[in-house]
Design a binder for this molecule. Sequence first.
Ligand code: NI
Length: 173
Amino acid sequence: MAIKKILTYPDPVLRQKVETVTCFDDSLKQLAHDLAETMYAAPGAGLAANQIGVCLRVVVIDISASEDEKKPLVLVNPEIVEQEGCQVDEEGCLSVIDFTAKVERYTRLLVRAKDLDGKTWEFPAEDFFARVIQHELDHLHGILFIDHLSPLKRTLYKRRLKKLLREQEEGSS
Ligand code: NI
């Protein structure tokens, strides 16, 4: 297992197309382990494979925030099959530095995914759990939560990020 580097906006890899998993082998299990370890180290409630530069439809989620028993949920080729309701809440992302904003999401979902052995299963999700799933599935489509904001808010963030990155660069040179 290894903690991987999390790519951050505006890294173009975060926008690339990701592939459906067809091979349920040891390297997939290794990827799931790395994703989980990287997520817990961050720490975050979810992480998509393309955030660590692996363009496959895999995400890990853990909303328990428990210190002792870590049970990451691994979703392979996940998709939302039903959705309803509307919730608005503050969201952040490990790939979006130093920023949170209110984002509108569905309240309830029915999700279909495969496990690490390639078995398909379906489960309901609601509230924060549903929010995290929508956020992570967005990643697999190259979408970041800032894409859901108004153009003005997004522009203001981009400007702030540019300044931040410039300051970091100046600080390190
Ligand atoms: Ni994210």
